[in-house]
Ligand binder design. Structure first.
Ligand SMILES: CC(C)[C@H](C(=O)O)[C@@H](O)C(=O)O
Ligand code: SF4
Length: 437
C-alpha cells in the first residue's frame, strides 16, 4: 500500500483510524470558529441540538469574532454583534470584538491553531490554517453549530493535488503570485473536494505569513484545505506567538510514495507577478498583459494579504511618494496588532502621507459590505482573494487581484504596474515579532 499524504496523516491522527482518500471518518475537532455573519445561525443550531442547558465541547478552543461588518454598518449587523457577545459570554468562549481583526488573522496570531490541529470555521477561508500545518477547513453554520456541541465532525478524506515549486522567486514576486498562477492553471474548480499540498524548496523557504496566503486561497480552486508541512519555521512562529515550547511530530510530513491525484511542478524563477482579471480568481495572467489598465481604487487588506508584512511592502514602495491623483487607496489591517504595529513603526504615517485611507481592522470592503464599496464602473486592484461580479460593491464594478507589491507599484501610477519596475522588499516572520512592545 502506498504512503500517506499530509491530509491523510492529519485525518488519521484526528480520527484514530488508518484514513485514506475516499474514506469517511469521524474526526475530533481541536478548534471551532464562527464570526458575526455565520455565528448567529450556528448558535441557533447549537441551541436546537443541545436544548437550553447546552455546553460547548471546549469553550477554551472555541473562538468567535466580530469582523465582517465591524464596526456595525447597520442595525442588523449591530444586533448580530450582540448575539455573538451574548452567546460567547454565556458559554465562556473566546470572543474578539469590533476592531480586533479578521477571524483567520486572529486565530493564527493569538496562537489558537497549531500544526496537526483540526480547525473548522464557519467561513470558507478557514483553509488558511493549513499554512501552519493544521487541517483547516470551512463548514456551514449548521455543521458548525452541531460540532460546537459534540466536538466531532464527519469528513470524507480528500484526495490531494500537489503543487511543487523549486528555485528562487524573482524580486517583486510573492506567494500571492504563486497561488494566483496555481488557480489559473487548475481552474476555479480544479481542486474541488481535494487537499492542496504545497511543497518544494521554494515553499520551504517561505515565511509563515506567505504560506498562509497559499493556504487561504486553496478554496478559490475548490480546495477542502491547503497544506504546507509544518517545520522549524512553524515551530518557532508558534513559540513566539504563544510563549510555549512547541515540539512538532514528524508524522506530519507526507510520505515520498504518497498517492497524489496529480503533481504540478513549477520553476519559481520563471514566474512573473500575476494579476487575476475580473471576475474570477482563475483569470490569472502575467502582470505585463494588463499593465497600463487604469484603476480607481486600490485595496490593501483581507485575510489573504492584510498582514503587517504585506502592508509594509506597500509602505516601502510609497515612502516619500504620493499615490497618483486619479486613485484612492484603502488600507485595512487584518488585525488590531497589525494596526498597532503600523502606528508604532511609522507605516501608518508613511501611508497616510502618501494619501491612503486607513480603516479599523477587519474585513473592510472585501465582500462589498462597507469601508470602500465600489460604484458603477469602478475598477479596483485589490490584495483580496475574490473578484466575482459585485464582490466589492456594484455589479457594474470590476476587481483585479494581485500581491501587495503590485498594488503598491500601481498606486504610484494609477494604473496596473509591474512591481519589478520599483524596488520591492521581502520580509521574514521576525519583522512582526521584532517590533512587539
Ligand atoms: C460571510 C462569509 C460566510 C464569507 C465566506 O465564508 O467566505 C465571507 O467571509 C467571504 O469571504 O465571502
Ligand atoms: S477578509 Fe474577505 S475573504 Fe477574508 S473572511 Fe473577511 S470577507 Fe471573507
Amino acid at each position: 500500500m502506498s504512503g500517506k499524504t499530509l491530509a491523510e496523516k492529519l485525518l488519521s491522527a484526528k480520527s484514530g483510524t488508518d484514513a485514506r482518500a475516499g474514506d469517511y471518518v469521524e474526526a475530533d475537532v481541536d478548534v471551532a470558529m464562527a464570526h458575526d455573519i455565520t455565528g448567529p445561525l450556528a448558535f441557533r443550531t447549537f441551541d436546537e441540538v443541545t436544548g437550553d442547558d447546552g455546553e460547548l465541547f471546549a469553550p477554551d478552543r472555541t473562538v468567535f469574532t466580530i469582523d465582517h461588518h465591524a464596526p456595525a454598518d447597520g442595525v442588523q449587523a449591530a444586533n448580530n454583534h450582540n448575539a455573538v457577545r451574548e452567546f460567547a459570554a454565556k458559554h465562556g468562549a473566546h470572543q474578539f470584538d469590533v476592531g480586533d481583526g479578521i477571524c483567520h488573522a486572529v486565530l493564527v496570531e493569538e496562537g489558537f491553531v497549531g500544526p496537526g490541529d483540526l480547525v473548522i470555521g464557519a467561513d470558507s477561508h478557514s483553509t488558511t490554517y493549513g499554512g501552519i500545518g493544521a487541517f483547516g477547513t470551512g463548514v456551514g453554520s449548521t455543521d458548525l453549530g452541531t460540532a460546537l456541541a459534540t466536538g466531532e465532525l464527519w469528513f470524507r478524506v480528500p484526495k490531494t493535488l500537489r503543487f511543487e515549486v523549486d528555485g528562487d522567486l524573482q524580486d517583486g514576486v510573492y506567494a500571492k503570485d504563486l497561488i494566483l498562477r496555481f488557480i489559473g492553471d487548475v481552474g476555479f474548480d480544479g481542486c474541488t473536494y481535494m487537499a492542496a499540498e504545497y511543497a518544494g524548496s521554494t515553499i520551504e523557504s517561505l515565511p509563515i505569513h506567505e504560506r498562509l496566503v497559499l493556504s487561504n486561497m486553496a478554496i478559490e480552486m475548490g480546495g477542502k484545505t491547503g497544506l504546507v508541512a509544518p517545520d522549524e519555521r512553524a515551530e518557532s512562529y508558534l513559540e513566539r506567538q504563544t510563549g510555549n515550547e512547541v515540539d512538532l511530530a514528524d508524522a506530519f510530513v507526507s510520505d515520498d510514495d504518497a498517492d497524489y491525484e496529480a503533481v504540478h511542478s513549477y520553476d519559481a524563477a520563471a514566474l512573473a507577478p500575476q494579476v487575476s482579471k475580473p471576475s474570477n480568481p482563475e483569470n490569472a495572467v502575467d502582470v505585463t498583459e494588463v499593465a497600463g489598465t487604469e484603476v480607481d481604487q486600490l485595496f490593501v487588506g483581507t485575510c489573504t494579504n492584510g498582514r503587517y508584512e504585506d502592508i509594509k511592502i506597500v509602505a516601502d514602495i510609497l515612502a516619500g511618494e504620493t499615490i497618483a491623483p486619479n486613485v484612492r487607496m484603502v488600507v485595512v489591517p487584518a488585525s488590531k496588532s497589525v494596526y498597532q504595529h503600523m502606528l508604532g513603526t511609522g507605516v501608518f504615517q508613511t501611508l497616510t502621507d502618501a494619501g491612503a485611507v486607513i480603516q479599523s481592522a477587519g474585513c473592510g470592503p472585501c465582500a462589498g459590505y462597507h469601508q470602500g464599496v465600489l460604484g458603477d464602473g469602478d475598477v479596483c486592484l485589490a490584495t483580496a482573494n475574490r473578484n466575482f461580479p459585485g464582490r466589492e460593491g456594484s455589479m457594474e464594478s470590476s476587481v483585479y487581484l494581485s500581491s501587495p507589491a503590485t498594488v503598491g507599484a500601481s498606486a504610484l501610477y494609477g494604473e496596473i504596474t509591474d512591481p519589478r519596475e520599483v524596488e520591492t522588499k521581502r520580509y521574514d516572520d521576525t519583522v512582526f515579532a521584532e517590533v512587539l512592545p
